[in-house]
Design a binder for this molecule. Sequence first.
Ligand code: GLC
Length: 481
Amino acid sequence: MKIAIMASEGAPYAKSGGLGDVMEALPAALSRIEGNEVVLLLPYYKKIKENHSYQVEQVMHFTVQLGWRQQYAGLMRLRNRSDGVTVYFIDNDYYFGGRPGPIYGDCDDGERFAFFSKACLEALSYLAFIPDVIQCNDWQTALVPVYLKAQYYYLFPRTRTMFTIHNVEYQGWAQGYFFDDVLALPWEYRGCLDMHGQVNVMKGAIETADMVTTVSETYARELMYPYYAHGLDGVLSNAAWKLCGITNGIDINTFNPETDRNLPTHYNADTFVEGKSKCKAALQAEVGLSIQPDTPLLVMVTRLAGHKGLDLLCYIARRLLLEDDCQILILGTGEPHYESFFRELAAEFPDRVAAKITFNLGLAARVYAGGDIYMMPSRSEPCGLSQMNAMRYGTVPVVHATGGLRDTVPPADENGENGLGFTFQSYNGDDFLGAMKRCLWLYHHNREGFRALQHRGMSQDFSWEKPAARYMELFWKMCNQ
Ligand code: GLC
């Protein structure tokens, strides 16, 4: 099958969050399936352009018409990718290559990614790569199915489109005039992009794509409710017949405690007791905590954003520290009030709390390995990857039972049996504290039970093989319709 995947980020070239990880591993997993030909299209950001370890050649260039604008697009091909995925970058200095800042956040993001979406379709047609399926991701590529239906149908009459929602919170809103000025779509498409007189490109994708997926089964159901859908619950309920959840995997080669070069020592499911205790001592030393082998180390690697449940952690942190023998380590950057909260807490409890307000992938791996308990109380979580990373490294997750957290962390009982971690159902600090206490009780009073839980987490198959097979099932279904 010929598959074209389009996204605004893909590791290792450009990544701001989980989407970047998925766009590294999913294309690779799909290309391992026999008979598949997979191309991945990404913007040619400045950071990629300046990285000389990527061998990039220009294949061609063409013009993209965006309303009254005629914009240059260079099609660049990456020569040194070895897993069978063909990676193309769309080059344009005005939109991508000349901007030093982060991937998103410019006031013309709408126009930038409209350009990218249209340029991807143009590129496929110039390459004469007519895919059976286009899989596109989040609002940045939400215009792909819309353009395909409205303007490129005659070039790709049999191509089916799947739109995948990684986070419904970011929908790609624009003023009403964006429709004529930038998109210049036929008037009959105004309705499908319209929301309260403005333009919402995610809504357009949900209405025009042949299938809509999201990154866990529970999140697919949650999306029908106003609490989760950020205004799109009605639109998503109408699309329920073509909406499906596929829980992400993780890259089990990158996240592997047996080979991870970031770790001071390696271990697997049989040797983790010793391996993790060495990693823990090294981590405690690295971040300035007192070296206590039997004090549970509670960790979190996260963007310090409200929806990650940090308000709950702030609410319970002092009680945890005062009522229990434990240490807390937070790694991540984000909203300034959370950054200062954890900095202050670390100043108040210097031996017991460490706040590393930075983005550091090497340290993240050492935190997954050296921690005992991984906290993830997200208010909502489409899938979440770090709880799976944590389990793979033998760290027991305590999570809010929502979205992908609910699907990947079945709850254990008080003896640590029958599940993979500890969960709480309703989003409030006392319930989170209760789940933390159950986990801490197991650690302090039944270490064998705690270890059995760690072992079970490490033995799970979180690879991309199963989700990739599920994507294939849906691709075939679309093609046979
Ligand atoms: C988004 C979601 C996260 C998910 C990731 C990859 O970042 O917030 O839950 O794991 O996308 O799909």
